[in-house]
Unconditional design. Structure first.
Length: 142
């Protein structure tokens, strides 16, 4: 499971669809509707919130909007009520790590997307996140 801190605009088609599915699975986990993945490190930052389900819904909203921008047909009814005021801190080091991780994937999976992103200087996040100083997050598996 990878719940990217990066804005979904950086993902290729395969990555965006996978993110949608994985974030929906994360939502089910946070709602207590599944036995699997309950202790997945990627969910730590959501579990620490007062309203984790609303936060994942806000996350999913950004993914949904990117999908619509690309002309995909994701089912918006799978997203519940969101909290536009919730923000989760993500370190600059984590954001850099994720971007480089994605670029390694894109180099072979989608060379055109790789070329488009090569000169990216300012990495944007999913709007749920707020960048703070720091290295790679403790929950990241490196």
């Amino acid at each position: 499971m990878r719940i990217w801190s990066l804005h979904p605009k950086y993902l290729d088609a395969k990555g965006l669809v996978a993110l949608w599915r994985e974030a929906l699975l994360a939502r089910h986990v946070l709602e207590g509707k599944t036995a699997g993945y309950r202790n997945h490190p990627q969910l730590t930052r959501f579990k620490n919130l007062q309203k984790p389900v609303e936060a994942i819904n806000e996350y999913l909203t950004t993914v949904y909007e990117e999908a619509m921008h690309r002309g995909y047909r994701f089912d918006q009814t799978k997203i519940g009520g969101a909290s536009a005021t919730t923000r989760i801190e993500v370190t600059a080091g984590q954001l850099e790590y994720e971007f480089h991780h994605l670029m390694k994937k894109l180099r072979t999976r989608d060379p055109e997307k790789f070329r488009q992103l090569q000169c990216t200087a300012d990495i944007e996040t999913n709007r749920l996140f707020e960048v703070v100083a720091g290295g790679i997050e403790a929950w990241e598996i490196v």
